[in-house]
Write a protein that binds this ligand. Structure first.
Ligand code: SAH
Ligand code: MG
Length: 196
């Protein structure tokens, strides 16, 4: 991959206020991916491709990433960026709403990264579990949502997102087939390993 291009992509995304993965979050995920060398990764929420490009570095063998994005202008930018970073043979974008795209997928993934509409996290979890390999990992970003999720303040307009993030956390915590850690990096990162 082309690291110089990657830095440019990051800079431009930050300038345009696109909510790309934070540095500390990326560091934690990179460590996990380095250990695991996943064959395939499913990402929900491509934006302009920054995280997918970063993750592609850690794919094992001829692995690939499938990533879903619903905003067509972002898909266009992501495709350009992926090309510039020279990883177009490793990343495949599905354009559409993940709520509609996910049920049409029937593959197995070693890692699923959830980083899209917070109100849909419980549904994304259901779909991720359906496609997760044995010993697979589900990683979800923004689960603490600026501290709203763990506070009792409930009057802001993001109430639905907060309720659904709480439901997500409850589901991963209660699932006997998952071993979950929630880290206070970035905007909150949930890491759930499938145990058999
Ligand atoms: N993973 C990216 C950042 C993703 S930002 C990175 O770290 O570089 C979240 C993205 O998810 C936005 O671009 C938004 O358009 C997209 N998104 C939100 N809800 C979605 C949905 N239901 N289906 C598909 N994409 C969605
Ligand atoms: Mg995020």
């Amino acid at each position: 991959m082309n690291k110089i291009e990657l830095e440019k992509i990051k800079k431009k995304a930050l300038e345009e206020k696109i909510p790309i993965i934070m540095d500390d979050t990326l560091e934690v995920i990179s460590q996990i991916l380095k250990e695991k060398s996943p064959k395939n990764i499913l990402e929900i929420g491509t934006a302009v491709g920054y995280s997918a490009i970063c993750f592609s570095e850690y794919l094992g063998g001829d692995g690939y990433i499938d990533t879903i994005e619903r905003e067509s202008n972002r898909v266009i930018q992501a495709k350009e960026n992926i090309k510039k970073a020279e990883v177009e043979n490793k990343i495949n974008i599905y354009e559409g709403d993940a709520v509609e795209v996910l049920p049409t997928l029937n593959k197995k993934y070693d890692v699923v990264f959830i980083d899209a509409a917070k109100g849909k996290y419980p549904f994304f979890l259901e779909q991720a579990l359906r496609m997760l390999n044995e010993n697979g990992i589900i990683i979800a970003d923004n689960v603490l949502y600026k501290g709203y999720v763990m506070s009792d303040y409930n009057k802001h307009k993001q109430r639905t997102a907060v309720r659904n993030l709480r439901e997500y956390i409850a589901k991963i915590t209660e699932n006997p087939n998952l071993e979950t850690k929630i880290l206070e990096v970035g905007d909150g990162l949930a890491i759930s390993k499938k145990i058999s």
